[in-house]
Design a protein around this ligand. Structure first.
Ligand SMILES: [Zn+2]
Length: 272
């Protein structure tokens, strides 16, 4: 069986290694508290919508310092609060004063932000319905309009192509660069026997795309079980439909955010 793997792992990469200095990088500057709140809520939404379990992470680029980004400390995303946010530079070094534990796979985020100026937010997950598509030769296709971004194509990153047998984790810059090359200019990249990465020009859209990648995977499996050819969205249909989804992302975000805030209030009441 042949996997639809990207053939880009031998490509050169423009960004050179930036040596980490002895001193920690400085913060990109203060941001509105709502940036941290939305990041925590987005993490909780991904957990509630079956994108995250105890693992997985969401990040957002610093709104005024593009060489910095935010994510939570290493923790279960369903427990995230605005007080758990850490700031990192594009080498995945934490900014000065940060001592909390960090995600092993934070390099996924820093390398993608470095290579893709259009990306403002990233989700890395082990979204369960998506994982099977990373180990079979059947490519993921856009089964419905809400997942239109998938019609542009979904490459699969096989870490073994460049790094041999590993623990499968993208735990350093070299592996993250290889993943970033495989992602290319797409919005989704599968990771063989691991999970996926989803990118977007806003945090709200990254969360929505991660949720609808998971939903699309379930729907594609159902469509496949019905048999016969699958009339998925064409690439141009995907572009047209995605413009509508981008404009309308506020609707699912407001719903999911309200539900997340309600759950947070209920948890707080139980803790009292
Ligand atoms: Zn992972």
């Amino acid at each position: 069986m042949r996997l639809h793997l990207c053939n880009c792992f031998n490509a050169t990469f423009a960004a050179a290694d930036s040596p980490s200095g002895a001193s920690a990088p400085q913060s990109g500057g203060p941001v509105e508290r709502s940036v941290f709140e939305d990041l925590a809520i987005g993490s909780r939404i991904c957990a509630a919508e079956n994108v995250f379990d105890a693992f997985g992470h969401l990040s957002v680029r610093h709104p005024t310092a593009p060489d910095r980004f935010f994510m939570t400390k290493s923790m279960a995303p369903a427990l995230a609060t605005a007080d758990d946010i850490v700031e990192l530079d594009l080498e995945s070094n934490p900014c000065a004063g940060e001592t909390r534990p960090l995600f092993l796979e934070r390099f996924i985020h820093s390398e993608i932000y470095k290579a893709r100026p259009d990306v403002q937010s990233i989700v890395h997950s082990h979204s369960p319905s998506v994982v099977p598509f990373g180990v079979v030769g059947n490519p993921m296709r856009a089964i419905f309009h809400t997942a239109a971004f998938i019609a542009a194509g979904v490459p699969t990153f096989d870490i073994s192509q460049e790094f041999g047998e590993t623990d499968m984790l993208v735990g350093n810059r070299d592996k993250a660069r290889a993943l970033t090359r495989c992602l290319g200019d797409k919005s989704v990249c599968l990771m063989r026997a691991h999970g996926s990465v989803v990118v977007a020009p806003s945090l709200q859209l990254a969360v929505a795309r991660a949720v609808y990648t998971e939903v699309n995977a379930k729907l594609q499996l159902q469509a496949t079980m019905l048999g016969g050819p699958i009339a998925a969205l064409s690439e141009s249909e995907g572009r047209i439909a995605d413009a509508v989804n981008i404009a309308g992302v506020g609707r699912p975000w407001e719903l999911w955010k309200r539900q997340a805030l309600r759950r947070m209030r209920e948890e707080a009441e139980l803790d009292d």
